[in-house]
Design a protein around this ligand. Structure first.
Ligand SMILES: [Fe+2]
Length: 288
């Protein structure tokens, strides 16, 4: 798997330095935007791409650039015509719930940790667990967590037209699955899609991942990598956007997007140091 060897801090510093200069070569800003999004510096990628477009306004006619601007938070919404591949769409929101709800989510998770079980992926014939694809655990009692988070998720989803932004022509996605996942030391999830053809995954349309941790943050890694589309049907392993697991943030993306969770490293074996998510999948209406 290709990863670009540059840190978030490195990319952000490069971007700030480039943006502080009075002039610059347009193409350098375009390249820097790609570096920043691969490093997880999304806001910097947006700013640098903005500078590129100031220097070279007609570049917005390029379908790839137009789509990149949309993906990074621009105004365009319609997928440009003539673009088969390009960056995968997502919606990311920082500071998603208020402090009181976040505190309750953290407290409930701490309480539920003793009941966490391995989140097994079964082989296609269900003959055994495929341990090379995924290591993580899930909480078994998620009802209170679901009650806390889902009204917020559904309200945001509707108000901010998340489905439309992701390229769906309807937002009446009512049925959903929900889970609470812990990625402790060494946990990961190799590249996969969330809606493969297996019976239990069919019908998933939009994935959501809400990130949190017990402060202070004691893990590194665990970024979500969303791979670009190579053409209409397949995904590239060389172009991607990295989403860092920021406290109290959420990301939505089409379930058909190829994605992975990079390995997590924690400061100790204490389960409270893990990277936690409340995550799930909205289904197409009438899919099952
Ligand atoms: Fe996934």
């Amino acid at each position: 798997m290709m990863t670009l060897d540059i840190s978030f801090e490195g990319a952000a510093k490069l971007a700030q330095s480039a943006l502080s200069k009075p002039a610059g070569h347009a193409v350098a800003f375009r390249e820097l935007a790609e570096i920043c999004r691969r490093a997880g510096a999304i806001a910097e990628a947006r700013a640098v791409l903005g500078r590129f477009l100031e220097l070279d306004p007609p570049a917005i006619q390029n379908p790839y650039i137009a789509e990149l601007a949309t993906v990074l938070g621009g105004e365009l919404r319609q997928k440009p015509t003539g673009l088969e591949g390009g960056p995968s769409r997502f919606v990311r929101v920082s500071e998603f719930v208020n402090d009181a709800i976040l505190a309750q989510i953290i407290a409930l998770t701490q309480k539920g940790l003793s009941g966490a079980v391995s989140s097994a992926i079964y082989n296609r014939d269900y003959s055994g667990v495929e341990a090379t694809s995924r290591i993580s655990t899930v909480l078994t009692d998620v009802e209170e967590l679901r009650t806390l988070l889902m009204p917020e998720v559904k309200a945001y989803f509707k108000q901010h037209k998340v489905a439309q932004t992701l390229g769906f022509d309807r937002d009446d996605l009512k049925k959903y699955e929900f889970q609470a996942t812990c990625h402790g030391d060494g946990a990961f999830f190799k590249p996969h899609v969330d809606n493969n053809t297996d019976e239990i995954y069919r019908g998933r349309a939009i994935s959501f991942v809400y990130y949190f941790h017990v402060p202070p943050k004691r893990f590194s890694g665990g970024a979500l990598v969303l791979y670009d589309r190579q053409d209409g049907a397949t995904f590239s392993h060389t172009g991607f956007t990295r989403i860092l697991p920021q406290q109290n943030s959420i990301v939505f993306f089409p379930s058909e997007t190829l994605h992975e969770v990079e390995p997590v490293k924690t400061a100790s074996a204490d389960p409270e140091t893990a990277r936690f998510t409340l995550n799930g999948w909205f289904h197409y209406p009438g899919s099952d």
